[in-house]
Design a protein around this ligand. Sequence first.
Ligand SMILES: [Zn+2]
Length: 152
Amino acid sequence: MDITAKYIKSTFYSFIVMTAKDSKSEDEWKQKLTKEQYHVLRLKGTERPFSGKYWNNREKGVYYCAGCGGPLFDSNAQFESGCGWPSFSVPISDKDVDLQSDLSLGLKREEVLCNKCGGHLGHVFDDGPKPTGLRYCINSISLDFIPEDKKD
Ligand SMILES: [Zn+2]
């Protein structure tokens, strides 16, 4: 096999590996998400405190991932933390979220990601209420809220 054929073959295989992952390309995400959603979900940005649409939401319902539509948090787990972002003591299921250690900003934090699409949701801190003692501090823009009475 000559060098060109080898190159084509290896490029072909890396293409297969890339597309085998169950995720969209960054271009596809850019098309699907608003500029603000893309900044937070894909570039791990953070919305300004008290600016999001859900930090003060008192309605009953379920929060879904704005990226892929997967269920993430129930309003029953939401509490008033005063931090300016919607705060939850626990996700609907541990399987729905992925935690990764985040050392950016010179801080040691646990990043919260959607397990299904890998979108950045926020961070989890250990100053939440009992019994979990956890505070999932989540960007409103990463979430889509569906009120209980609007579900069919
Ligand atoms: Zn998702």
